[in-house]
Design a protein around this ligand. Sequence first.
Ligand code: CO
Length: 214
Amino acid sequence: MTQLTDLFENNLAWSEAIKKEDPNFFSKLSQQQSPKYLWIGCSDSRVPANQLLGLLPGDIFVHRNIANVVVHTDLNCLSVLAYAVQVLKVKHIIVTGHYGCGGIAAAMENESVGLIDHWLRNVRDVYYHQQAEFADITDKQDRVNRLCELNVASSVANIAHTSTVQQAWKDGQDLTIHGYIYNIHDGLLKQLIPDVVGVEQIPEQYRLKLKPSL
Ligand code: CO
């Protein structure tokens, strides 16, 4: 069996470095987590939430999947969202796409990629419904990057449409949804769309009649 010796050595060095800065870091953190942010991003190894934001363990709650998709049928993502909003009471939900996303590129092709086709179908639907956006974009990479952006906007909208988020707003919880995109060429993050802070920003058809739960 191959032992991942390097990784254990890295882990030991990392733990020692943190304890050198703050000897009580891990004992304090073991008591509870109270992150202010929920990150929803791509599984891509080049887009690590904590590192690119300069955050430590305990600072950010994270959900990642191929192409940072949020849809109303994904129990995994919806459970992460519910826990983050209802229990951890995060103040910010940050959806982060990245340019050059392989999942997005695959969703624009007609090639089958097996099981993943079903997941990428969510992105393919965004591509289909927003095809007018691509009328003037001829460069292939530019087209992929535009869909990377539109897919972030779709995930942000889908988060805002959940009963979890609408209930939090109804209860007066301070909760903002952000749509960002990350550039793997320079390591920089930028804001893509206006922040969503309340139900008045979502289409009427998606607004739910909810009673205050508090
Ligand atoms: Co990606």
